[in-house]
Write a protein that binds this ligand. Structure first.
Ligand code: ADP
Ligand code: MG
Length: 155
């Protein structure tokens, strides 16, 4: 009945977030869209760092807050890392995002996705980071089609 996969875990250190992301990065095929939801400092960019490493890229990951988008490459894949922090409307970025979302070799990762939520595909992985006194919970949610990403994170 349900077309949804959901899994929640807890982390206390950034290296745990990176390790989870690295496991997801290892099983990326290309064509996936991932949105990262949290307050400022929740661990979104940290997650991208692990994801890109898991995919096999040695490119340096940093926050694209001021550039809005960054690109990391492996021999066969490209990761487009968007950050829409405080962007009141996506403007030209919506077209850029839409273009790369159509590419089966590319992986799209979006921080602060709210402003582009109607551009993102229904089949996407949503990762939500919540900070509390006991650490940070990370909740993975996707449609069944992308369930393999969550299965990989669990291992
Ligand atoms: P965001 O991109 O959501 O603003 P960052 O990934 O830049 O957040 O992380 C902000 C800070 O929190 C960094 O110093 C990072 O090392 C730290 N951090 C990230 N994930 C965790 C975690 N699970 N536990 C503790 N600290 C973390
Ligand atoms: Mg960030």
């Amino acid at each position: 009945m349900s077309n949804e996969v959901i899994w929640k875990t807890n982390t206390v250190e950034a290296v745990e977030t990176e390790a989870l992301a690295e496991k997801v990065g290892r099983v990326l095929k290309g064509g996936e869209a991932i949105e990262l939801v949290s307050d400022l400092g929740g661990g979104k960019t940290t997650f991208v760092r692990g994801l890109v490493r898991g995919l096999g890229s040695t490119d340096k990951v940093s926050s694209p807050t001021f550039t809005i988008s960054k690109v990391y490459k492996t021999d066969t894949r490209t990761v487009h890392h968007f950050d829409f922090y405080r962007l009141p409307e996506p403007g030209i970025m919506a077209a850029e995002l839409d273009e790369v979302l159509g590419n089966p070799e590319d992986i799209v990762v979006v921080e602060w996705p709210e402003v582009v939520s109607d551009v993102l595909p229904v089949d996407r992985l949503t990762i939500t980071f919540n900070q509390s006194n006991d650490g940070r919970s990370i909740t993975f949610k996707s449609t069944n089609k992308l369930g393999y990403l969550i299965e990989a994170a669990k291992e």
